[in-house]
Design a protein around this ligand. Sequence first.
Ligand SMILES: [Zn+2]
Length: 391
Amino acid sequence: MFLIEFYAENHYASIISFIFTFDFARSGNVLSLNLARAYQRGEKFRVSVNYRGNPQDGGFGAFTFNTHNGAPIIASLSEPYYARLWWPCKDTPVDKADSVQIDLTVPDNLTAVSNGKLESVRSLSGWKTFSWKTRYPITTYLVSVAVSNYAEFGETFTFLDGTRMPLVHYVYPERLGDAQFQLADTPDMLEFFNRAFGDYPFKKEKYGHAQFAWGGGMEHQTITSLGGFSDGLVSHELAHQWFGDLITMKSWQDIWLNEGFASYGEALFVEDRFDKAAYRNYMSRMDHPYSGSVFVRDTTSVGSIFNTTVYHKGAWVLHTLRHVIGDATFFSCCAATSLIRVIALAAPRPMISKISRNKFPARSLAGFSSNGCIAKGVRSCFTDGNKRARN
Ligand SMILES: [Zn+2]
């Protein structure tokens, strides 16, 4: 059985072509295909779904139509499980697509932005079709659409190995000066996270920002959507490209692995840019009475999944782990993206869909109980019970 989910109301879907013979049936929001025979792992078959309809809003605003300064802004924000409101997909973070192509046809005074590389722009009778393609594995909630009368600016970022990559920003024209000023730190952030976490995972394509109408940011793979341009927001979403996008939690119950690392990434950038005192001050702002565990038991709504505990306590779990294992080990693990492996090994169940093959250096984790961090207050994670970590 092969299941494709989509929002059924006001939508039309049919399977228009296939190489092998399938039965298919539609039940509510699920299109199910009965394969004619058992397929081996890795064996390929082709299914095409012809689909049309009006995108729906849901969650944080799965697919929204707004305006800014009289111009349209159309954007997606599918996290956690609302991609199905605007395209048929296997809507689970467990099974990434190996690549995605997105063709967007818009009035020719607008620019359509999406994941990966812009392969072509075709004009026809007052319309333009922007064809974007990413060849990196990607999960459904990170597939992005952003359309507006964008002003575009950017530069070329050069990695230490000489690889050159576009760093490009699409912003509202009335915010261009503001954006150029505030986003000027982006190359420094990229350089820092390359140093801390290893090379940017999508360096053969691009990194960029697309302004949208939502207040915060969303770490769409290779093209973060931004409602503002503060360093905290920009560094948070950039850190997600490693923790969330490259490495993705298996279940929404483990969202703290995304949000804890991204929030901690904000503090790490502050430490790199300024000093330890600024870092500690930043961490102290994320120290407040947390309610409950970073492990999310109720994943039925965005409100219950994306609580401050998963962000701020999640960051404190990592701050604490760094204190326990020391800077050298901590950062060598970050560069190998092995820290999640450590936490996952200590956790009661598998937490992530992709982990590094790199082994965690054999070193004592005495006193650090990730189960304790997850189940109890962050202070219970310290070796001596009560003392605050001071890196
Ligand atoms: Zn985040």
